[in-house]
Design a protein around this ligand. Structure first.
Ligand code: 5GP
Ligand code: MN
Length: 347
């Protein structure tokens, strides 16, 4: 069971039937597989249900969803700002998917408060900071896509979920669980997956699109990052990878190329805390991952202006790269005890 409240669904549906024609779905910037899958999946269902629906992605993304060109009505805000703003302005209802705070949306958020639109939030991050009566937030699910599936069923749109929608939703689930390797203990998840496969989602095809579409440049960058740029601190059960602007340029970096790099150090026995620093033009983007009870969302919120989930979080730094790395290294001794305790739990 998820937190999707059936009576909230009923009042939303009644109101939608009476008042809503145009819908815009917006997700977070740098959309990942879950953001893409849940948004495109819901959009497909809404279109089949007769709504005039569109997705606004704040920034560009790699082609993670198989058969992406089957999906209609989506725009990338940073490329087509005017068209995206017009869609948002004309919408009767907005869906926010896969984020808990407007800050995660980036640029499209700037006019939203003035417009005072009705919003539905579907998300699995802790502490949702979006004020709406239509709040569907559940941290125990694997992904926003899983929660969106339950929402679709409870809204009575099972028939409107076709193979295209099912592929998108299953993509979100597989992406956010890294093929069912984390956040994937609940049996209900597998009921949802079974239903999506019955609808026509091919999980092998999704695995191919998500994990086997490397460019040669990306694979070489990964090799370089692991062999030359990974520092391991066994005494703190931690590891750090740093990539500079120059290194990215050398490997013809494209958006999404470093997705997942942060996970590799966790495959070293005894390592439960991994950090990845990516230098770009205006700031350093940092990813944190952990195993067990070490809360990287709290760590990131406290030290690197970020947040996210218990075991997967992001943050940023506007310091010079060297200083940001020193800051992280200096923090490790402070956390030595808890890291040791958590690593023993993981053995
Ligand atoms: P990633 O490391 O893949 O960018 O992000 C991991 C998780 O942390 C995602 O669930 C994402 O929503 C969250 N996250 C990433 N960057 C930020 C950030 O700057 N602020 C907050 N609050 N969450 C972030
Ligand atoms: Mn997600």
């Amino acid at each position: 069971m998820t937190n999707i409240d059936i009576s909230t669904c009923h009042s939303l549906l009644t109101w939608m039937k009476e008042q809503v024609k145009k819908i815009v779905i917006i997700t977070h910037s740098n959309p990942d597989g879950d953001a893409l899958g849940s948004s495109l999946g819901l959009n497909s269902v809404l279109l089949n249900a007769g709504y005039s629906s569109a997705v606004v992605f704040p920034t560009d993304f790699p082609p993670l969803v198989p058969d992406l060109n089957k999906y209609s009505n989506w725009v990338i805000y940073e490329r087509h700002e005017k068209a995206a703003n017009q869609l948002i302005r004309e919408a009767d209802l907005l869906f926010f998917l896969d984020f808990n705070d407007l800050k995660r949306m980036g640029k499209p958020a700037k006019n939203l408060e003035k417009l005072s639109k009705k919003v539905v939030l579907i998300d699995h991050h802790p502490q949702p900071a979006i004020d709406t009566p239509f709040l569907f937030s559940d941290t125990k699910v694997s992904s926003t896509a899983e929660l969106t599936y339950d929402f679709v069923i409870k809204m009575g749109w099972e028939e409107q979920l076709d193979a295209t929608g099912a592929i998108a939703l299953l993509t979100g689930i597989i992406a956010d669980t890294a093929s069912f390797s984390h956040n994937a203990r609940r049996p209900e998840l597998y009921s949802a997956v079974a239903a999506l496969i019955s609808k026509g989602a091919d999980q092998h095809k999704i695995q191919e699109a998500l994990f086997n579409t490397n460019s040669e440049d990306r694979l070489r960058l990964l090799g370089y990052a692991l062999s030359e740029k990974m520092e391991v601190f066994p005494e703190y059960h931690a590891a750090i990878i740093v990539l500079t602007k120059e290194e990215l340029k050398k490997y013809n970096f494209k958006t999404g190329d470093t997705e997942g790099f942060v996970n590799y150090p966790l495959s070293i026995k005894g390592i439960i805390f991994s950090s990845f620093f990516l230098e770009n033009e205006e700031k350093i983007k940092i990813s944190f991952r952990s195993k067990g009870g070490f809360a990287v969302n709290e760590f990131s919120a406290k030290h690197f202006s970020g947040g996210g989930h218990l075991n997967a979080a992001g943050g940023e730094s506007r310091q010079p790269l060297g200083e940001a790395i020193l800051k992280l290294k200096a923090l490790l001794p402070e956390y030595a005890e808890i890291l040791k305790k958590e690593s023993l739990q993981e053995e």
